[in-house]
Design a protein around this ligand. Structure first.
Ligand SMILES: Cc1cc2nc3c(=O)[nH]c(=O)nc-3n(C[C@H](O)[C@H](O)[C@H](O)COP(=O)(O)OP(=O)(O)OC[C@H]3O[C@@H](n4cnc5c(N)ncnc54)[C@H](O)[C@@H]3O)c2cc1C
Length: 219
């Protein structure tokens, strides 16, 4: 799976990539069958019904499957993503992010914004103004570094929301499905919806029976 799927590009410079994964649908069955002191080595067609029921009824067996992703996304997306704490707890499980206290390299910015302003000419002028704002911020940042300011302070000049950051996210299948469900909804911000779709494209081949039910909540 890791080799065949690889990295999925999102927005202009972002991506989601599977770093590692533990467990599959046989693991979910194994966990469920422990109630009867039974082991499961292979999946039979009869097991599909059990997988569907487990997903539908919200059992905790999905917590035995864990995945690590590398994500590169604008900070505004990272802030929304960071809110998923149950099953992706940032202290117990994992979230490790680029620190702009230590990295001085000029960052990437999310520039190719679809403003959805709906008025002819508006998009272009917003994009021009936004790009000027980014470029001015970068110039001030680099000047502050040249003047001897430490990176942790110089970063105050960088326009924050559009700055690309990169992190590792480790979470259980239950938590990942919760993230996909909430952030695929039309109420979610357009950019994070694209990331949710990318995560889903990576996860679904490994959990083809379970994930649609966990995300959709119905058979
Ligand atoms: C469209 C959208 C708009 C949003 N707008 C805002 C906003 O304006 N401002 C803002 O601050 N946040 C906003 N959020 C973030 C939102 O409030 C959640 O923090 C975020 O979606 C994570 O969801 P969660 O708490 O369910 O996830 P997790 O923290 O991972 O929790 C997972 C699940 O565990 C259970 N759980 C977690 N904690 C508890 C608890 N203490 N007690 C009982 N059960 C618990 C719940 O079932 C919960 O759904 C928005 C989210 C979305 C999708």
């Amino acid at each position: 799976l890791i080799d065949t799927i690889g990295r999925i590009d999102v927005l202009d410079l972002g991506y989601v990539e599977l770093v590692d994964s533990m467990g599959d649908e046989v693991r979910i069955l194994e966990a469920a069958r422990k109630s009867f002191d039974r082991d499961v080595r292979d999946m039979s067609s009869a097991d599909e019904g059990l997988l569907l029921r487990l997903a539908l009824q919200g059992h905790n067996v999905h917590r035995h499957c864990v995945m690590t992703f590398e994500v590169k996304a604008p900070l505004m997306v990272a802030r929304e993503w960071w809110r998923y704490v149950v099953g992706s707890d940032h202290t117990i499980m994992g979230w490790n992010e680029v620190s702009r206290r230590y990295v001085k390299r000029t960052p990437d910015f999310y520039r190719d914004v679809d403003w959805m302003a709906g008025m002819a000419g508006t998009e272009e002028s917003l994009t021009d103004a936004y790009h000027r704002y980014i470029d001015q911020g970068i110039a001030l940042y680099e000047e502050a570094l040249r003047m001897g300011a430490p990176a942790e302070k110089a970063r105050l000049f960088l326009p924050a929301y559009g700055i690309y950051t990169r992190w590792y996210w480790t979470a259980s299948l239950q938590s990942i499905a919760h993230f996909i469900r909430q952030r695929s909804d039309t109420a979610a911000q357009a950019e994070i919806r694209e990331y949710a779709a990318a995560v889903r494209r990576i996860v679904e081949p490994q959990f083809p029976i379970t994930l649609p039910v966990l995300v959709g909540g119905t058979l």
